[in-house]
Design a protein around this ligand. Structure first.
Ligand SMILES: Cc1cc2nc3c(=O)[nH]c(=O)nc-3n(C[C@H](O)[C@H](O)[C@H](O)COP(=O)(O)OP(=O)(O)OC[C@H]3O[C@@H](n4cnc5c(N)ncnc54)[C@H](O)[C@@H]3O)c2cc1C
Length: 381
C-alpha cells in the first residue's frame, strides 16, 4: 500500500507474456495496475508462438537451458513447470504436455493463452492502454513517472519493465546493457553440401565444432533450407554457433560405422550404381548428396558421410525469423527472486528485457511468465 489506504499503483511497460503475467499477479495482490503497450493491442507476439499453438513451458525446464543459469536458478527452483501449469489452471487454462515435455494449451491455440491472461487481468481491474510507447522512465519523489512517445504521462509507485528484447529503457537510470543480437534463428551454411536438399527433414545428432572441439551437441530434427538449416535443432544450435564453426551430422543414429559399412557392402550385390545404390535409405536427394560428399559409392566413404556429414556455418540465417533477442539489461543489478533493481528500488525488469535467453521448447515463455509473476507479486507488496 502507498501512504494512507491508497492502493499501490503499478505501471507495467509492455503487454507481452511477461507484462500480462506481472499485471495479473499485481492486480491479484490488490494493486492498481495499468499496462502501457506500444502496439494497438496486447499479446500480439504470444499469438505467433509455437506455430500458433504456444509452447508455454517445458516439464524439463532447468537453469542449464538458459544463458545465465546462476541468475535464473533461484526463481526456477521455486517456480518450475508445475507451478506455472498450476497458475494457468487457476486462471482457467487447461494444458497438455507432449512426449517431449513441451506444455501447450489443450485447445492447441495460442489465442487461448492470451484470452485467459486478458480475462484474468480484467477481472483484477487491470487497465490496458494501447498505442502507448514508453519513451522514458523517470524517478519522481518516491515513485516514478513514465512518459510515452504519444505525449502521455503516467505516475506510479512501482514500474515493471517488460518491453521484450531490443529496448534499453533502463539505461538512463544507470542500468548496464549487454548488446542485443538475434538468437534462436536458422543457420546459414556453405551451399554446396545442402544443394538440392531444401524442404527435406532429417532426424540426426548434430555436433557443433570449433577448432576441432565440440562446443555443443544435441539430437532432433533438422530442416534443410536453400540457405542452410532450420527447425528446432538448428535454433538450439544457433545459441552457440559462430561463423566458421562446423556442424557434424550423424544421419543414422541407430547404426554404428562398422555395421553400416557391412550393410552397404551387402547392398553392393544388388549391382545398383551411384545414388540408386542407396534407394530406400534416405530421400533420393539426400542419397545423391551423400554420394557427392563421399566422392562415389565406396561403402567406407559412404558410411563416413552418413555418420559425419559436414556443413560449415556462415552465420545466422534469416534474423527476422529469430525467436528471441540475446542481450538486454545486465542481470547482476537485479534480485533474482523478485526481479527488483538493486540500483533503483521499486523498479523491476522481466522476461526478454533482461539479458536472459533460453533454448527452444517453452523455456523462453516459461522465463517470461515466471519472472513476470514474481515481479508483479513483489511490486504490489
Ligand atoms: C515466432 C515466434 C515463436 C515463438 N515461440 C515460442 C514458443 O513456442 N515457446 C517459447 O517459450 N518461446 C517462444 N518464442 C519466444 C517468446 O515469444 C518470447 O521469449 C517471449 O514472448 C518474451 O516475452 P516478453 O514479455 O519478455 O516480451 P514480448 O512478448 O516481446 O512482449 C513485449 C511487449 O512490449 C511491447 N513494447 C516494447 N517496447 C515498448 C515500449 N517502449 N512501451 C510499451 N510497450 C512496449 C511490445 O509491443 C510487446 O507487446 C517465440 C518467439 C517468436 C518470435
Amino acid at each position: 500500500m502507498t501512504e494512507g489506504n491508497a492502493r499501490r499503483r503499478v505501471a507495467v511497460i509492455g503487454g507481452g507474456a511477461g507484462g500480462l503475467a506481472a499485471a495479473v499477479a499485481a492486480g491479484g495482490a490488490d494493486a492498481e495496475v495499468i499496462i502501457l503497450e506500444k502496439a494497438n493491442r496486447v499479446g500480439k507476439k504470444l499469438l505467433k508462438t509455437g506455430n500458433g499453438r504456444c509452447n508455454l513451458s517445458n516439464r524439463h525446464v532447468s537453469s542449464e537451458g538458459y544463458n545465465r543459469p546462476g541468475f535464473v536458478a533461484p526463481l526456477l527452483g521455486t517456480f518450475g513447470c508445475d507451478a506455472l501449469v498450476d497458475f494457468f489452471a487457476s486462471i482457467g487454462l487447461w494444458t497438455v504436455t507432449d512426449g517431449e515435455g513441451r506444455v501447450y494449451p489443450r485447445s492447441d491455440t495460442a489465442a487461448s493463452v492470451l484470452d485467459v491472461l486478458r480475462l484474468a487481468a480484467a477481472e483484477r481491474g487491470v487497465r490496458e492502454i494501447c498505442a502507448a510507447e514508453a519513451a522514458a522512465v523517470e524517478r519522481h519523489g518516491r515513485g516514478f513517472v513514465v512518459r510515452t512517445r504519444e505525449g502521455g504521462e503516467f505516475s506510479a509507485d512501482r514500474v515493471i519493465v517488460s518491453s521484450g528484447g531490443g529496448t534499453a529503457l533502463l539505461r538512463p537510470l544507470g542500468h548496464a546493457y549487454v548488446p542485443f543480437s538475434p538468437a534462436l534463428c536458422p543457420l546459414r551454411t556453405d551451399p554446396e553440401p545442402i544443394r538440392g536438399l531444401s524442404g527435406l527433414r532429417v532426424k540426426c545428432r548434430a555436433s557443433l565444432r570449433r577448432d576441432g572441439r565440440e562446443v555443443f551437441a544435441d539430437s532432433g530434427e533438422l530442416l534443410f533450407r536453400d540457405y542452410g538449416v532450420s527447425g528446432i535443432l538448428a535454433l538450439d544450435l544457433s545459441r552457440y554457433a559462430l561463423p566458421g564453426d562446423e556442424l557434424a551430422l550423424d544421419l543414422l543414429l541407430e547404426t554404428d560405422r562398422a555395421a553400416l559399412r557391412e550393410k552397404l557392402e551387402a547392398r553392393r550385390s544388388l549391382g545398383r550404381a551411384g545414388a540408386e545404390g542407396l534407394t530406400g535409405v534416405f530421400h533420393r536427394r539426400i542419397n545423391e548428396a551423400l554420394v557427392r560428399a563421399a566422392g562415389g559409392t565406396d561403402p567406407g566413404a559412404l558410411a563416413e558421410a552418413m555418420k559425419d556429414y559436414r556443413l560449415r556455418i556462415l552465420g545466422p540465417g534469416d534474423i527476422h525469423n529469430a525467436q528471441v533477442t540475446r542481450g538486454g539489461a545486465a542481470v547482476d543489478a537485479f534480485d533474482p527472486l523478485t526481479l527488483e533493481s538493486r540500483l533503483v528500488p521499486g523498479l523491476y525488469c522481466v522476461g526478454e528485457a533482461l539479458d536472459i535467453d533460453g533454448r527452444c521448447g517453452g523455456y523462453n515463455l516459461h522465463w517470461a511468465f515466471a519472472s513476470g509473476l514474481a515481479a508483479g507479486r513483489s511490486a504490489a507488496e
